[in-house]
Design a protein. Sequence first.
Length: 360
Amino acid sequence: MNIDMIVDRVRTRLANLDEPAGRARVAELVRLEAGALIDDADLFALIRSAEDELVGAGPLEPLLRQPGVTDVLVNGPDQVWVDTPAGLERSEVCFADAAAVRRLAQRLAVMAGRRLDDATPWVDATLPDGSRLHAVLPPITPDCPCICLRVLGRRRFSFAELVDGGTIPRPAAAMLEALIAERRSFLVTGGTGSGKTTLLAALLSLVPDHERLVLVEDAPELSPTHPHVVHLLARPANVEGAGAVTLRDLVRQALRMRPDRVVVGEVRGAEVADLLCALNTGHDGGCGTVHANSPAEVPARLEALAAMGGLDRGAVHSQMAAGLDAVVHVTRTSTGRMVTQIAEFVRGDSASRVRPVWTW
């Protein structure tokens, strides 16, 4: 009996189960099918292969396990890329055809409890291991489904490690420590993959142990080393369009949970209005991340997001200047990720702005 036959028989058994199958169940079924046909070493390899194929990311699974890989991107059957500290690299992994890519995308969507088909041709979800999945089907993509997998961080970096590794230049380290110690409210900004979440988690690890952190996120990415952390996770609507829990809902709930610091993993919508209001009503030390090309663009970015929450331009700039103290900007360079600027919010006559206080 060859490996493909065993995997096919395990797949058939899984299809007849009434409950969701995990890796433990797949391993059990592989042992039943293989019996005494192979030795222990081959059995272990077969179990790993079957798990990857049936409840994992299939041929992408070895890429996801590679150290340093942050994203795996599938553009076509023979176009699989990985994002590493050195930048994007094309891998040797290939799929048989576009149909194989589609099957994997749909299976991953099911694992995340979501739907991906012609009626719903895209999905943005979190997999059971915490990895982020985004997939799009034709005809939205003309030739082949596209899959993007963001790998959950495998380890936590301490503030000292980021300083020693050059992510935080030493002249900026004391300023960042002061932001935490003085309970300043701040935003970490930067582009996609610049290391905003890693930096924010390290900064939150500096918060005194007696303070209570309430973290609001779309996906469980922040993992500060701190003894008192409460996680609140947003939830998309189900296939019937009901049951959604937004970040704005969770920010409001966080304010009723006796937080010492409210943290929004990524500010991307109307929740910024509630966060700004919270920072102006006694909740000092709040923070979060936001996508921005530079600190100078943050006021305009927050203005656009706050408009979704019902704040007019004058109100949002007033709340911004009164509630936010600083912006910490992270840049991805050819040699790695680095804090390149720290700026402060300044109240103007008609609008707030940011003023650099340190630049690399």
